[in-house]
Design a protein around this ligand. Structure first.
Ligand code: IMP
Length: 423
């Protein structure tokens, strides 16, 4: 038995939550491998919308295990709120959710450092979700971090106080001014830690490898998107983890030869939230239309997302670095009614046509080269099978498959679980 992965191929918000929820029936275990509560995974069923930040998206199914892997960074304050919302819906987590002892903790001071760092950058800010992600991963790689398993060891209070004091000194060095009440933040953190202890802590790499060996089916769930990967994304406008398939190996302790399918999710167009280059961004009425119909607002921060045409140059880059085996196209319905759809197939990079993602894709040196495809008028949100879809929609799918040299196995035509078509 091997593990399958599901991950985003653009700048996040591709709809991973919905597809994990749809695919969960085929798996015994869903394991999140990186990121933290900067993610907002949206699931919709029975007319209700649910947003998960840290908890894997298989949590609404019975008899499935959900594991928060070692590569994830956990903010106990946010996790507590997330768990309480699930309790209100009568979702019992005691047998269904487990946390890796090796996952790192986001302290309230990590959030403060994030804020101080962004304030100090001014116009050059990353546009971070301010959830403390970057500073927590910095402490992890700097070998200063605190892990879930540390809660079970002696000396916890001292380690915590030392790190908080170190952070407070660091914040002073940014020379930016904002108010916070460290006592109130620390109390809230400690209360949430106590609450979190209700959830089972495990040695997840051992548990997962044993489960795979016993024939259990495991799905690794990514967060954010490949263009936000710390190595292969649009650095420095990225997040601080490896969002690509390699991140599943380090974020779960799974060897590369144990990976089977890699499901790559993309939207039929492109969105980005936060700062950074975006070659196919639209600043016209079509961009506004996509934002409105696609309800393109961040699930975590509520910020409006920037919208643009599909960019096959960056999509190919993501497919390659992830080893994608199966493509999933989301939100095709949002493009209904657009007469001519553009797709970027190459970049004009410093005067030359290129079909790969160069080192820097700042606006000044990149111009997208587009091909145009006829759109479709029909509302496709009620389509139940691939045959129900209009010819021009199918032409769009086939055009993309041809350019990407890979099959699109699922198309999503609306936010609900039921609006999912297996091609
Ligand atoms: P951070 O990871 O919160 O520091 O944010 C770094 C960049 O990644 C910012 O541009 C964020 O908007 C973006 N980002 C982080 N998480 C997500 C996500 O889940 N979806 C989309 N963008 C994200």
């Amino acid at each position: 038995m091997k593990i399958d992965l599901i991950l985003g191929l653009q700048w996040g918000d591709e709809g991973k939550g919905k597809i994990v929820d749809v695919l969960t029936d085929d798996y015994d275990i869903i394991a999140r491998f990186q990121g933290g509560p900067n993610a907002g995974h949206t699931l919709e069923f029975d007319g209700i919308k649910h947003v998960l930040h840290t908890i894997p998206s298989g949590i609404f199914h019975n008899n499935k295990l959900n594991i928060i892997g070692n590569g994830v960074v956990i903010d106990p304050v946010i996790l507590k709120t997330e768990i309480e919302k699930l309790y209100e819906l009568d979702v019992d987590l005691t047998e269904k959710l487990m946390i890796s002892r090796k996952a790192h903790l986001i302290l309230p001071t990590h959030r403060l450092i994030d804020k101080a760092s962004e304030l100090s950058k001014g116009k050059k800010k990353i546009g971070s979700t301010l959830k403390g992600i970057g500073p927590t991963y910095m402490d992890k790689t700097g070998r200063n971090g605190l892990r879930i398993g540390d809660l079970e060891l002696d000396g916890w209070n001292e380690k915590l106080n030392n790190l908080i004091n170190k952070h407070l000194n660091l914040i002073k060095n940014f020379n930016v001014d904002f108010d916070f009440d460290i006592n109130q933040l620390t109390n809230e953190f400690l209360e949430s830690l106590d609450f979190m202890k209700k959830i089972k802590f495990i040695d997840s790499e051992h548990f997962l490898n044993k489960s795979i060996h016993e024939g259990k089916r495991v799905l690794g769930e990514g967060a954010q998107g490949s263009l936000l990967d710390i190595d292969f994304g649009t650095y420095p406008y990225v997040t601080s983890s490896n969002t690509t398939s390699a991140g599943a190996c380090t974020g779960l302790g799974i060897a590369p030869n144990k990976i089977n399918k890699v499901f790559g999710i993309f939207k039929a167009y492109t969105t980005r939230v936060g700062s950074g280059p975006f070659p196919t961004e639209l600043f016209d009425s079509i961009g506004e239309r996509i934002a409105k119909i696609g309800n393109e607002f961040g699930a975590t921060t509520g910020r409006p997302r920037r919208c643009g045409w599909l960019d096959l140059v960056s999509l190919k880059h993501s497919i390659t670095v992830n080893g994608v085996t199966d493509l999933i196209m989301m939100k095709g319905d949002v493009l209904s009614g657009i007469n001519k759809i553009k797709v970027c197939t190459k970049y004009n990079y410093n005067g030359n046509a290129v079909d790969y993602l160069p080192f820097s894709i700042e606006e000044e040196n990149i111009d997208p080269i587009y091909e145009e495809i006829d759109g479709w008028e029909e509302d496709i949100t009620q389509a139940k099978s691939y045959n129900d879809l209009p010819l021009n929609f199918k032409n769009y799918v086939e055009f993309l498959e041809d350019k990407l040299n890979l099959k699109i196995k699922i198309v999503s035509v609306g936010p609900d679980r039921t609006q999912t078509i297996f091609v």
